[in-house]
Design a protein around this ligand. Structure first.
Ligand code: MN
Length: 493
């Protein structure tokens, strides 16, 4: 069996009833176990899929939902209606279920056995109407779930279950995430602000601020010996493209001090603010990049929302090809043949999206008024990526996602930052237009491992407003969608 990326489990729960008799239920159990095992060994599904005995009464359904809620290992339920499961039986269970739900609308046999089929076969294999009864109760109760339709052995079905299971992993991370803010947000900036109480209630994020002095104390406490050891690692893993090694050493010192602090408090994401680095000799650059490479979420200028999103998207994409980074739309290339965005940040782009072994360089930085900070410099490789951002609409959070095609930039000899050149879907004109209408931030979490479906599943689990800008986007319809959403979320509130 393949390696799983964590010990978390998805429970495979099949609904039925006693009408059909013991023999049929035995058969249902057997089929369910076969499907659960197939999903468990699917290379598309990175979590364990655990078979659970078929449920046939309201009490059994309630019991399994209670067990799922309180289990630390279970992070989602896959339900399948092999036969008809009268769905009033599901009401009390679904009423209290807190874990994400996937409704697998499949059946045990792929094809109709034309010459053999009789009424016994029909009564055993009736997902086609059992699944509709279950769908009705979920819709009637307003239960967010993913519906996957198709034959359970098919690649695209297993892929969809796999994508949802990674979203469930993201949700689990979200519900347990602690975010450290060093200082507050950049003065006067609106989009990086947000309601931290609402974020905790909805997304589970514990967002706490620390004075930068706490960081400075930890940075100063790092021994020269520890810095020596980390510098050796830098020399092995990267190209040191500078003679100003003292400046690199200082970032190594920040990295160690910062990591010690985050580990001590169990923070998995953090934000900095260049306006609030009193006592540090450099703005943390290389240090933030290195910590992102190690899986931490990061947001600049106090942007805790994007920091948390980077962490969650890193968890969702674990083991997949392609990295994930904090990102910022910076400068346009308004070439009529192919308009593109040059994206970067002052310093802090994660080397998991580097095309090759990154260079470590030291350059003066006009902003922040400190010593020249060491940073990684690299290009992001050509390929597909997505930008996701989270904004606070006042009363609700909105997630906006836009796929992009990363293209090759011309040489940029005088630009000493990590950067990506991309064309947003459907093109820069409509993509940027829609993004701006939606209120999308200049900061994003950029991933080359995930696509929009992962984010849609994640947003669905949380009931987050989800706005997608892609090849199907048309500005007139998009404006309407935003207006409809305003009404919908207003009514729902
Ligand atoms: Mn910024």
């Amino acid at each position: 069996m393949k390696d799983k990326i964590s010990n978390y489990e998805l429970w495979f729960v099949t609904g039925s009833q006693h009408l059909y008799g013991a023999e049929t239920l035995k058969q249902v159990n057997k089929h369910s176990e076969i499907i659960a095992n197939a999903l468990n060994s699917s290379s598309y599904i990175p979590l364990k899929v655990k078979f659970k005995p078929v449920v046939t009464t309201p009490d059994e359904i309630l019991e399994i939902c209670v067990a799922a809620n309180t289990s630390k290992e279970c992070i989602g339920l896959i339900t399948w209606m092999h036969t008809f499961s009268p769905s009033k039986m599901w009401i009390s269970g679904l009423n209290i279920l807190e874990k994400p739900l996937l409704h697998l609308h499949t059946q045990f046999n792929r094809e109709i056995p034309w010459s053999e089929i009789d009424m016994d076969f029909m009564n055993l294999n009736q997902s086609a109407h059992g699944g509709r009864e279950f769908g009705f109760i979920c819709t009637r109760m307003g239960i967010n779930r993913k519906v996957v339709v198709g034959f359970w052995q098919d690649e695209n079905v297993q892929q969809k279950v796999g994508i949802w299971s990674r979203a469930a992993l993201g949700l689990n991370e979200s519900k347990n995430l602690k975010i450290c803010r060093f200082g507050d947000n950049m003065r006067e900036v609106a989009v990086t602000e947000g309601d931290k109480v609402e974020a905790q209630k909805l997304l589970g994020w514990q967002i706490n601020a620390h004075g930068v002095g706490d960081l400075v104390e930890n940075v100063n406490a790092v021994s020269e010996n520890d810095v020596d050891i980390l510098m050796e690692q830098y020399k092995k893993e990267y190209n040191i493209n500078t003679t100003e090694l003292d400046n690199v050493r200082y970032q190594a010192r920040i990295e160690i001090g910062l990591k010690n602090f985050l580990e001590k408090h169990n923070y998995k994401a953090f934000s900095t603010n260049f306006e609030d680095i009193f006592g540090l000799k450099q703005l943390p650059g290389l240090a933030c990049q290195r910590l992102m490479e190690q899986g931490y979420g990061f947001g600049a200028e106090g942007d805790w929302k994007q920091s948390a999103l980077v962490r969650i998207m890193k968890v969702m994409g674990e083991g997949l090809e392609g990295g994930c980074s904090f990102m910022e739309d910076y400068t346009y290339h308004l070439d009529p043949n192919q308009a593109a965005v040059l994206s970067a940040h002052m310093l802090e782009i994660c080397p998991t999206v580097s095309e090759e072994k990154p260079n470590i360089e030291v350059h003066h930085l006009g902003i922040g008024n400190k010593d020249a900070p060491a940073r990684f410099v690299f290009n992001v490789p050509e390929g597909k990526g997505i930008n996701a951002t989270l904004i606070d609409m006042g009363g609700r959070m909105r997630m906006i996602v836009n796929p992009v095609d990363v293209i090759k930039p011309k040489p940029l000899p005088k630009l000493p930052v990590a950067r990506a050149l991309w064309v947003p879907e459907p093109n820069l004109e409509i993509g940027a237009h829609a993004w701006i209408l939606a209120g999308g931030a200049h900061h994003t979490s950029f991933s080359m491992a995930l696509n929009t479906e992962y984010m849609e599943d994640f947003a669905e689990m949380l009931g987050l407003e989800f706005v997608i800008i892609d090849k199907d986007t048309n500005i007139r319809n998009f404006k309407k969608e935003l207006r409809f959403n305003d009404v919908y979320y207003h009514i729902r509130k």
